[in-house]
Design a protein around this ligand. Structure first.
Ligand SMILES: Nc1ncnc2c1ncn2[C@@H]1O[C@H](COP(=O)(O)OP(=O)(O)O)[C@@H](O)[C@H]1O
Ligand SMILES: Cc1ncc(COP(=O)(O)O)c(C=O)c1O
Ligand SMILES: [Mg+2]
Length: 288
């Protein structure tokens, strides 16, 4: 029997609704991953509501929890670490030391970093020191990096002029260390208005994917977290990068269709669960 992969997911938890681990854990479990959720913050709700209650996990808890898993002899079973929304730069550094510890226990373990940097206009609030940490420290350690366009712009220090320029910017990121960069949401001058586009770049390949742009009165949150979680999960289940990329785009689209049909602001993950596991439409990536 094939072994079920294990994934340590280090990102936010919200009591109500879906963002961070609260967006990614259930879908990852639903498609066959043993998820170890480690919550960097516990907030009442995601920050785009404008106010929230709760607190940030003390950074020293991250190595302590990982040490606890090592002490029961399970750390070597960890196949990958996913990091997302961070409450402080100190948490980020604690994650990098946890990643080093895990890679000693299992040299094949992957580290995937979703560099959540915040988007003040949208109300996604992330401390500036976290962005600096992601730019200066995390990118060099990550095996895969999954920025959105704003995050790619921050890494590059500029905005793109075209689709090919986005490719060049993502490709330049590879030089910092990651083996692959997934841009979860592209924006560039001349982009067709009716599409939602993504990019996957490795040393030798570039894949571009387009899916329909759906209309929402308020843009749902947690879409990026869901995308990076499903992408990594499919890789752990044996997909190649292109297939994992196509699967993530297709399953996320199913969630958004259900969310739109329900008129919800929060992602309808429970209602969409069967279609997350078996998306009805497969969006194909095109080689650039
Ligand atoms: N097919 C789609 N149609 C409309 N909006 C979408 C679609 N897919 C994703 N979105 C929205 O696009 C945005 C992607 O956000 P962005 O900041 O680029 O990435 P992230 O979710 O990682 O922060 C989100 O607001 C999400 O709700
Ligand atoms: C607590 C929390 N976690 C994670 C996110 C990131 O969500 P997304 O997947 O939309 O980037 C947000 C965005 O506002 C948030 O408030
Ligand atoms: Mg994001």
């Amino acid at each position: 029997m094939k072994r079920t992969p294990h994934l340590l997911a280090i990102q936010s938890h919200v009591v109500f609704g879906h963002a961070g681990n609260s967006a990614a854990v259930f879908p990852m479990q639903r498609i066959g991953i043993n998820v170890w959720p480690l919550n960097t913050v516990q907030f009442s709700n995601h920050t785009q509501y404008g106010h929230w209650a709760g607190e940030v996990l003390a950074p020293q808890q991250i190595p302590a929890l990982v040490e606890g898993i090592a002490a029961i002899g399970e750390l070597g079973n960890c196949d990958a670490v996913l990091s997302g929304y961070l409450g402080s730069a100190a948490q980020g550094r604690a994650i990098l030391s946890a990643v080093a510890h895990i890679k000693r226990a299992n040299p094949r373990a992957l580290y995937v970093c979703d560099p959540v940097m915040g988007h003040p206009e949208k109300g996604c609030i992330v401390p500036q020191e976290v962005s600096d940490f992601l730019l200066d420290e995390a990118a060099a350690v990550a095996d895969f990096l999954c920025p959105n366009q704003l995050e790619l712009d921050s890494f590059s220090g500029r905005k793109p002029e075209s689709l090919l320029d986005c490719v060049a910017m993502a490709r330049a990121l590879l030089a910092r260390g990651p083996k692959a960069v997934v841009v979860k949401h592209l924006a560039y001058p001349g982009k067709p208005a009716d599409g939602f586009e993504m990019l996957l770049v490795t040393e030798h390949e570039t894949w571009h994917l387009r899916r329909p742009l759906l209309a929402f009165p308020r843009q749902p949150v947690g879409v990026g977290d869901l995308t990076s979680g499903l992408f990594l999960s499919r890789i752990l289940l044996g997909d190649d990068l292109r297939s994992a990329f196509e699967f993530a785009a297709s399953a996320v689209h199913e969630v958004l269709l259900e969310t739109q049909a329900c008129g919800s602001y929060e992602l309808e993950l429970v209602r969409a669960q069967d279609r997350i596991a078996h998306p009805r439409v497969r969006f194909e990536a095109v080689r650039l």
